[in-house]
Design a binder for this molecule. Sequence first.
Ligand SMILES: [Zn+2]
Ligand SMILES: [Zn+2]
Length: 362
Amino acid sequence: MKAAVLYESPGTLHIEDVTIDDPAPHEVLVQVKATGLCHSDLHYLEASYPMDAATVLGHEASGVIQAVGGEVSGFNAGDHVISYPLGFCGHCKWCLSGRLTLCDQVPLRRPPGSPPRLRLSRDGSELLQYAGLSTFAEQMLVHENALVKIDDDIPFDRAALVGCAVPTGVGAVIRTAKVPPGATVAVVGCGGIGLNVVQGAVIAGAERIIGIDINDGKLALAKEFGATDVINNSNGDAVAQLADLLPGEGGVDYSFESVGTRSTYELAFELIHRGGTTTVIGVVYGKFELEMHDVLQERRIQGSTMGSINLRKDLPYLLNLYKAGRLNLDRLVSKQIPLEEINEGYAAISDGNIARSVVVFG
Ligand SMILES: [Zn+2]
Ligand SMILES: [Zn+2]
């Protein structure tokens, strides 16, 4: 089957014939129908994250089950599914307390030597599976706990985005931060994740939703997704502009960071007033400083791992919101491309008019 392989980082993806194994116990073979171009994969293409060996990237997909291994329960050939980068074990303390995205016992990869076959290989050499999924391929072989069954009438390109971007953004608002109706919300970064933070704030019933970005195209999209106000921060005065929008408030109740840089973490924290909460989503390593007095005044900062969702409960919920016209997936899919154009798709990822490009398979 065809897959997009990354051999060196920084580098580009090579479309090649790759060998995929048959399902072992608890594994499912899926024919991939659509997969989104998420920013997280770009970090490997650009070498901002380390890459150990040749890897098939991609972690946001929908498809149809072709075969199930032994001991798989609840899935059959022909089922439509979406994948999720964080599976769950179902028996650790995180899973048992409902915090599935914190589970660190997930058996997403085959244990070394057992079974003595490779899920993905080329000419006998192993190809690593990104997030235990590797969705930039015609097929994926994954653990059953990384899949969610969906209704057959949901378009595959829309469904794929519910495998990462949508639950990460919407979940950060409704599950991690639990934003109440009437709140004021600021969203730093209005790309694929930030737009979903904006629509999560709409679902939560926020009164003011302020989108912040340095790209006017992305700000226009944020308005389409429900932002009540937008701030172009290209001159770096977002805090002053926010004070003009909310005079006397001292900031917002809730801010969200969806870029993944130290400066945007700092900005998001500066945007909240006393007692406010900042939720950071963008992935970044390193340190940043907090003013202790700000913390004493009950300003909080917290992370959100993939929206703190329960995949089996929340992904179908999000798709039901889509069917009811309350979640905008249609506008999120800006462009459909074939697998062969994936490098061009990534080159265009910072284009302000593109929310998400999706690779679709025939
Ligand atoms: Zn992603
Ligand atoms: Zn667990």
